[in-house]
Design a protein around this ligand. Structure first.
Ligand code: ADP
Ligand code: MG
Length: 631
């Protein structure tokens, strides 16, 4: 075990040199020092602890947030002939027991587990009995409520210190705002840590913001140009499915990925994409951490993300192999209003949280000062309906009450009922003819929801029950019947919410305790969204410089490849020239941007820049079929 870090690097990984601060981090760990490593996505954080772990006696314990990440890392280590164990979800007690025994007696070098696992007593007990070489907290920003992926379970990482006070503790993340890194150091109680931050500058990614009223057309154009892989990020499951279909129709090999896709399909699709059988993955942010494909040459954001952290992480999945790659954010004139609706208008303020808390108590007839230990069932939709409450705001208010330990919400909360028709319409009409009892019911369902033949659609049972005058339990029976007859696919998980109150009712005072916290959190979210919007609007400063500034990094050199740099390089004369030609052509007929490019034989970037200016200056507008016309 007396190899040097370099020898280990080449022996196991076949690489000949370290990147960035890898070597410094490895040396610090070897000297027994705690470390906070802030390295960009793809910067090579794993090697920072994997190399020293192979140099040290004992087992390295890694806390990682996602099962998929754990599996991926453990697989990779095993392929290199290194003994590693991952505690996945769904393991029986005896299996966990056996695996942990292996860690104690089986000369394993790595144990990967989730923070939730770490909370189990059995796991803690066994870790205590292990010869631990070091602790690693991967994706450490999850420990901070100022980060974008706050996972309360991560707070329990500090227990590791109690189990073994001496081994070094290594925290790694690609998110590096000052607040988050301070939080990591204090939450993990890092002891005089070696803090190192590598530049987040990704010199081979050309960032760009494209204002277009024809996002689909643009998306198609970008996707048709790629040779290897692309990711398209959207905000909703439905959009993911819709866009993937649209691309397939346009001869792009695409598929989709989101939280509602079952586990088997997820793995299947991920593999298709990894093996280049599918080029474009249209996905929600469920397709995220740990996605490590080197040759992603394009990441498109079809909708505006809620923060620059998230944006940079997602866009950063492009160009890991160092080749030129593009990160494009598509936006249109209505997006900004939408962002406000989606992210800001749904933040309950203190008064709203107080109001919800009172209504909840009234609903369950809990008196002032009273404390009940019973669990309450709440039909969420009914509750919102009775008091005429906005469901998003109410949902978030309940979450806030839960996070601040006023009450505890059951996990079933967000699961609902979804259906999708799987027959064609003719078969359905014949079925309706034969089953007159279900005929009216089916018709109401079809009339109430659009897209039932295309998408899994969430059904609001409370509303449907009111509309059909059929009880909810009978509605379930009807759906079950339809599923049995293979007319629909039907998934049903109780949407009832279970609530356990944790403190006696004390109305305002209960909430006042964390009122400031609510306000701060809201303020933080608003700030994040605002900075995201500023980025989109600022077309005079190099995109990389803007992004790095957000992470507290001063970058003086312009990237030279983002939309801002390019349009400055192109110089105004080209754009002015293009504007004149475009206006001449539009005098004769309306045209889309792609047509303009072809007919005028002008480079795409220049046409886009010219059109953007013409739109802003109200010379042209878009008609209903997304063609430009003179105003
Ligand atoms: P991060 O966790 O920081 O996002 P990873 O640890 O997953 O990054 O590493 C990203 C990729 O870079 C991996 O494919 C890894 O093998 C590769 N890599 C890491 N360090 C080096 C190195 N010194 N030389 C060459 N490739 C490296
Ligand atoms: Mg990593």
């Amino acid at each position: 075990m007396n190899n040097t870090p370099k020898e280990i690097l080449s022996k196991y990984w076949g690489f000949d040199s370290f990147r960035g601060s890898q070597e410094e981090i490895i040396n610090a760990i070897s000297n027994g020092q705690d470390v906070l490593g802030l390295l960009p996505t793809g910067g090579g954080k794993s090697l920072c602890f994997q190399v020293p772990a192979l140099m040290k006696e004992g087992i390295c314990i890694v806390i990682s947030p996602l099962v998929a990440l754990i599996e991926n890392q453990v697989d990779n280590l095993q392929k290199l002939g290194i003994k590693a164990i991952g505690l996945k979800g769904g393991l029986k007690f005896t299996e966990v027991d056996k695996l942990l025994d292996n860690c104690i007696y089986g000369s394993y070098k790595f144990l990967y587990l989730s923070p939730e696992r770490l909370q189990q007593e059995l796991v803690q007990e066994r870790i205590k009995a292990m010869n631990v070489s070091m602790f690693v907290i991967d994706e450490a920003h999850c420990i901070s409520q100022w980060g974008h992926d706050f996972r309360p379970a991560y707070l329990s990482c500090s227990i590791l210190r109690e189990l073994h006070p001496t081994p070094p503790m290594v925290a790694l993340t690609a998110t590096a705002t000052k607040r988050v890194s301070d939080d990591i150091i204090s939450s993990l109680d890092l002891n005089y840590p070696f803090v190192v931050k590598d530049s987040f500058f990704r010199k081979n990614i050309g960032f760009g913001v494209i204002l277009t009223e024809d996002k689909n057309g643009r998306l198609k154009q970008y996707c048709q140009q790629i040779k290897h892989s692309a990711i398209v990020y959207v905000r909703s499951r439905r959009k993911a499915e819709e866009l993937s279909k649209f691309l397939v129709k346009n001869n792009v090999k695409a598929t989709f990925y989101h939280g509602g896709v079952d586990q088997k399909m997820k793995t299947e699709r991920l593999n298709l994409w990894l093996e280049d059988k599918v080029q474009v993955m249209v996905a929600t942010n469920a397709f995220g951490m740990g996605i490590d494909k080197p040759d992603v040459e394009l990441v498109v954001h079809y909708q505006i993300p809620d923060s620059l952290e998230n944006y940079f992480q997602e866009a950063g999945r492009a160009g890991r192999n160092g080749d030129f790659a593009k990160a494009i954010l598509l936006t249109n004139t209505t997006d900004k209003v939408l962002v406000k609706k989606q992210f800001i208008d749904i933040l309950p303020d203190v008064a709203y949280v107080k109001m919800i808390y009172k209504k909840l108590n009234t609903f369950f007839q809990i008196g002032y000062g009273e404390f009940t230990e019973a669990k309450f069932h709440l039909n969420f939709n009914e509750f919102c309906n009775i008091y005429k409450l906005n469901t998003f705001l109410t949902y978030n208010a309940l979450q806030l009450l839960d996070r601040n330990s006023v009450l505890s919400l059951s996990e079933n909360f967000s699961k609902k009922i979804t259906i999708k028709f799987i027959t064609d319409k003719d078969t359905l009409y014949r079925y309706i003819d034969k089953n007159s009892k279900l005929a009216d019911f089916i018709k109401v369902v079809l009339r109430t929801y659009g897209g039932l033949f295309e998408f899994d659609t969430q059904i609001n049972m409370y509303l449907l029950s009111k509309k059909t005058a059929i009880s909810e339990s009978l509605l379930h029976q009807n759906f079950e019947q339809l599923a049995k007859d293979e007319i629909i696919e039907y998934t049903s998980v109780s949407s009832d919410l279970e609530i356990l109150f944790l403190v006696p009712r004390d109305d305002d005072r209960t909430i006042n305790i964390f009122a400031r916290n609510i306000e701060e959190q809201n303020q933080l979210k608003i700030e994040k969204v605002t900075k995201m919007l500023n980025y989109i609007e600022n077309d005079t400063v190099c995109r990389s410089i803007q992004l790095l500034e957000y992470f507290g990094e001063v970058q003086e050199k312009e990237c030279g490849i983002c939309d801002v740099c390019i349009s400055q390089k192109l110089g105004n004369t080209d754009v002015v020239h293009a504007k004149i030609k475009i206006i001449q052509l539009l005098k004769q007929k309306t045209a889309g941007s792609q047509e303009l490019e072809k007919r005028l034989n002008i480079n795409q970037d220049i046409v886009i820049a010219a059109l953007q200016e013409l739109l802003e200056d109200n010379y042209v507008t878009l008609n209903t079929i997304n063609e430009y016309q003179l105003l």
